[in-house]
Design a protein. Structure first.
Length: 308
């Protein structure tokens, strides 16, 4: 049984088709990344998963429970950290977490609440009213609320947006520990280096459709493992090499980032540039990262068709 099963989910908002038949599954214990540009449909999909919106077609199951017909069991199995800062201004941090525990029928949950607060560096703020907290501290409280009932499936929607480096490191250490203990983690983030380091498998959404779904290591290998960064002192990139550019104009007027299949491609490319009258100001050979892959998938329809 999958931790999350998404079957042909479609959602329209007036003229906007936000989701166009999304199909994917997340296995128990996975650290899964859901990536896409703004407007790709990630938050809509998470809203349907959490029961905050209804799909026009299709079904979502959490731990085998339908999020519509078996909402209570599905919601109990799920902890969601929303993108927006939503909080009740009338309670302290500890009171907020106790109330959240009560929603799930949990009593005498203070030991786990204390552990969650300690791991999120909230202990000193336990008796502070939430309205007096900074934005970063409020986001920590949202994470704590999602974890307070020890859900087997945890969804993090941009959990580190606008927070400091210290919190990001502490949060990922705690979440990684939960993942090692068997919790399933689904992450959406614009910090692609986080996804590359943490996620074992990744789905990429574009305009409401899944356009890539593979293990992270396989995605990195599939979309060119290496890149050659060139900056010219004089001359322009030969026309016959322009199809290799990872993103046209990404490195400026004189700079170019070229995709390579192997190290053997380097010398022929440099020779073609020299033959075209180019002189080099800078040459750098590097491995492609998830951000490079993401840009290629989002902007190259040929690559997307190859994954379909």
């Amino acid at each position: 049984m999958s931790a999350i099963e998404i079957r042909n989910v479609k959602k329209r908002y007036k003229e906007l088709q936000a989701l166009k038949g999304v199909n994917l599954s997340v296995e128990p214990g996975e650290f899964f990344g859901l990536l896409g540009p703004n407007g790709a449909g990630k938050t809509t999909l998470i809203s349907i998963l959490a029961g905050l919106a209804r799909a026009d077609e299709g079904h979502i199951l959490v731990e085998g429970h339908d999020v519509v017909t078996d909402f209570q069991a599905a919601r109990r199995a799920l902890g969601v950290v929303p993108q927006e800062l939503v909080f009740d201004p009338f309670f302290t941090v500890r009171e907020t977490l106790r109330i959240q525990s009560g929603y799930y029928g949990l009593r005498r949950n203070d030991d786990w609440i204390d552990e969650v607060m300690a791991n999120l560096d909230l202990t000193e703020k336990a008796d502070v009213n939430t309205r007096a907290l900074s934005g970063g501290m409020k986001r920590r409280v949202l994470v704590a609320q999602a974890l307070v009932h020890k859900p087997p499936v945890i969804v993090l929607d941009e959990p580190t947006a606008g927070v400091d480096v210290e919190l990001r490191q502490g949060l990922w250490k705690f979440i990684s520990r939960l993942n090692r203990e068997g919790h399933t983690i689904v992450l959406t983030t614009h910090y692609l280096e986080e996804a590359e380091q943490l996620c074992t498998r990744i789905a990429m959404l574009r305009r409401g459709e899944v356009v890539a779904l593979e293990r992270t290591s396989e995605l990195l290998q599939r979309f060119s493992a290496m890149q050659l960064a060139l900056r010219f002192a004089t001359g322009v990139l030969p026309v016959e090499l322009r199809h290799l550019e990872a993103e046209v104009g990404s490195a400026g007027a004189r700079g170019h980032l070229l995709r390579l299949n192997s190290y053997d491609d380097v010398e022929p490319i440099l020779a073609q540039c020299r033959a075209a009258g180019c002189t080099f100001e800078e040459i750098e050979l590097r491995k492609a990262d998830l951000e490079d892959v993401f840009v290629q998938v989002m902007h190259d329809p040929v690559l997307v068709e190859g994954l379909a």
